[in-house]
Design a protein around this ligand. Structure first.
Ligand code: ATP
Ligand code: MG
Length: 418
């Protein structure tokens, strides 16, 4: 993505968020100009927000591609027939149903098993065609009752959903572990510390599943976890309680915390292939239903989680990997032409070194520029002023640690491209 002058950015920061917005993530994202609220649970992503979301999506895309995922873009307007065929038309309470002006009815995609299973069926005939893993990154629609968590629980939201098809349970189990570790890699690249809950079955399937939890008071789930090992369980299903000795390592007492479900992986068994009569020919010529896994991860929820986890009293603090820009170049020139041309040169040099820069070239007071910069949350602020010009070094302030250093152009480029 490209560098940009802040004077051309169409959004401006705001002092106040809408009064009906209760969540910290949406308040900050709206004030800083990342998102625009359309109604409860529905947000538009503006230039800054779109940049962050695209980076999150690209991290997920890279990790899914590495484990053999093939990306699709499935429709979000669904025919009603497959939903009726699996029983989900009447069985899924969050499904949005649309009445056409003709007799026809449609569903808005809340998940894609009903779409991906018939697609796979079209191309899988023999055991030689398996395994496959198909995924997409796109919009989902759910008629959620509560939408009070800002972008963390939307009625329209972004999700990566992947579906894998296997010949044997062993092959499925093997892939399941691979996806689990790819999930941990994704959270780590976003600087999040995620815990996988103990395997459990759910209403969705009697088979095994895991949820990936990130600790934050903005989460809607209560979990028990151990800080000496990786034990983590959802309180609803846990056999233990707070203060009990950790059942896994025995070294510590279980703690209770609020957490957000940042993703999950499910063994769906043969439910969907059976509903669509989707079989493949095994080596001995007999017909079998494939075993299916599904793997969800909310992209917009992940963005909201990052805001909740890292924000401080001044505003958002983005991890480097997903920040809308790497450097916030703040020019404090008060009309001084030397300062302006120094800022312009720095902007050109950093940009040609592959660094994304937001250049605050606006005619505004220092206090206002710093407050906006803190609110927007770009990892490194570089100040160019008469003072830095005289010193021959730029003032560099890390958003997260507030750590300040003074660097020449070459030192700065070295630091950013190391
Ligand atoms: P929850 O229990 O939080 O409602 P879920 O069990 O319904 O989540 P899935 O249907 O498995 O979740 O969806 C996969 C992922 O999509 C979740 O792990 C979460 O990250 C995200 N997600 C689910 N519902 C929403 C929503 N309403 N808004 C934003 N993200 C969501
Ligand atoms: Mg749900």
């Amino acid at each position: 993505m490209a560098s940009m002058r802040q004077s051309t950015l169409f959004t401006k920061t705001r002092k106040e968020a809408p009064s009906d917005e209760v969540s910290k993530n949406a308040q900050l994202l709206i004030r800083a100009g990342f998102v625009h609220k359309e109604m409860a649970g529905v947000y538009s992503y503006l230039q800054l927000g779109r940049r962050v979301l695209t980076k999150i999506e690209n991290i997920i895309r890279e990790e899914m591609d590495k484990i053999g995922g093939q990306e699709l873009r499935m429709s979000t307007l669904h025919p009603s027939e497959p939903w009726k065929q699996t029983g989900a038309w009447d069985g899924v309470d969050v499904l949005f149903k649309i009445q056409s002006r003709t007799e026809k009815e449609y569903a808005l995609g809340q998940s894609e098993e009903e779409i991906v299973t018939p697609i796979a069926q079209q191309y899988v005939n023999s055991y030689k065609d398996l395994p496959i893993a198909l995924y997409q990154i796109g919009q989902k629609y759910r008629d959620e009752l509560r939408a009070k968590s800002g972008i963390m629980r939307g009625r329209e939201f972004g999700m990566k959903d992947m579906y894998s098809f296997h010949t044997t349970q062993e092959d499925f189990d093997r892939y399941f572990e691979i996806v689990k570790s790819a999930y941990f890699t994704i959270y780590k690249r976003c600087e999040l510390d995620a815990k996988a809950t103990e395997a459990s079955g759910g209403a969705f399937s009697e088979k095994i599943s895991y949820e990936f939890m990130v600790l934050t008071d903005a989460g809607e789930d209560d979990i028990l976890y151990c800080d000496k090992c990786d034990y983590c369980a959802n309180i609803e299903v846990a056999k233990n309680k707070e203060g009990d000795t950790c059942p896994k390592c025995g070294n510590s007492m279980l703690k209770k915390a609020k957490a957000v479900e940042a993703g999950n992986v499910f063994d769906l068994g043969q439910k969907y292939p059976k509903a669509f009569n989707f079989t493949y020919k095994a080596e001995d010529g007999t017909d079998h239903y494939p075993i299916v896994g599904c793997y969800g991860m909310g992209t917009t929820r992940l963005m909201g989680t990052l805001v909740e986890v890292f924000a401080d009293e001044k505003g958002i603090v983005w991890p480097e990997a997903v920040a809308p820009f790497r450097v916030h170049l703040v020019e404090l020139g008060n009309g001084n032409a030397d300062v302006s041309s120094e800022a312009a040169e720095l902007y050109r040099e950093l940009t040609s070194a592959g660094v994304e820069v937001l250049w605050d070239d606006r005619d505004a007071r220092a206090g206002e520029k710093f407050a906006d910069s803190d609110l927007i949350g770009i990892p490194l602020r570089v100040v160019v002023s008469e003072k830095t010009l005289a010193a021959g070094k730029f003032e560099c302030v890390e958003r997260k640690s507030k750590h300040t250093t003074h660097k020449s152009l070459q030192e700065l480029i070295g630091h950013l491209t190391a």
